[in-house]
Design a protein around this ligand. Structure first.
Ligand code: PEP
Length: 250
């Protein structure tokens, strides 16, 4: 079984002083956790956080990556640039980027390809809206989102991390029940098994209001291999408590 992975997504919440305090508090409490952990930080702070994490077990992640390799793409950050700052993970296809920046399945798949080519593990987010869940389309939506990534990346998908993030649960305080999450994770697992000879390498994280109180139950599900954590990753005690739940579920 894979080690579980807990990845914090700070979103657009950071400052030089705040980052130092947050990372120092997490590092002070992380000890020798029996799971992998990472923080995905806004691009301008990559160098700072790379320095703060030096020599620690906490990995550095980015929140996005360009779908292009290099060139005239003003404002974009390439996978090669991220790699220069020691980035190990890059979130791609977060619902906030799909929703507010018009990223479609093809762009997300291309972003995953760029990350993989630079030796960065993409954390590919998939998930349904509330309307899609209520109309019974959850399975169809997540399978379509995954299929694009599989189509573009072929056998390389054994190197990705997937995050199932129901859109209605992100930042809302509403969490999918462990059973609801497990059901979708099992669907994704089956799809991944059909696409690669090494499906066991692919970790499927749950994201959507995971917190200190509900982490243990979610992480106890057989197909939940970790968490992508938004709000709770900004509170060191809560983030550490989720890391500890993942370590105990390992
Ligand atoms: C996220 O942004 O990926 C996320 C899961 O956010 P939250 O934990 O705040 O719901």
């Amino acid at each position: 079984m894979n080690r579980k992975l807990i990845a914090g997504n700070w979103k657009m919440n950071a400052s030089l002083a705040g980052n130092t305090a947050l990372v120092q508090a997490v590092l002070a409490g992380i000890g020798d956790a029996a799971c992998d952990a990472a923080v995905c930080v806004p691009a301008p702070y990559l160098a700072q956080v790379q320095g703060l994490l030096a020599g620690s077990t906490l990995a550095l992640g980015a929140q996005d990556v360009s779908s292009h390799e290099a060139g005239a793409y003003t404002g974009e950050v390439s996978a090669a640039m991220l790699r220069e700052f020691g980035v190990r993970y890059a979130i791609v296809g977060h619902s906030e980027r799909r929703q507010y920046h018009g990223e479609d399945d093809a762009v997300v798949a291309e972003k995953a390809r760029q990350a993989l080519a630079a030796g960065i593990t993409p954390i590919v987010c998939v998930g349904e809206t509330l309307a899609q869940r209520e109309s019974g389309a959850t399975e169809e939506v997540v399978k379509r989102q995954m299929a694009a990534v599989i189509h573009t990346n072929g056998h390389c998908i054994s190197e990705i991390v997937v995050a199932y993030e129901p859109v209605w649960a992100i930042g809302t305080g509403k969490t999918a029940s462990p059973e609801q999450a497990q059901q979708v994770h099992a669907v994704l697992r089956t799809q991944i098994k059909a696409a690669t000879s090494q499906p066991g390498r692919v970790r499927i994280l749950y994201g959507g209001s995971m917190n200190a109180a509900n982490a243990a139950q979610l992480l106890a599900q057989p197909d939940i291999d970790g968490g992508l954590i938004g709000g709770a990753s900004l509170k060191p005690a809560d983030f550490l408590s989720i890391i500890s739940a993942a370590s105990n579920a390992a």
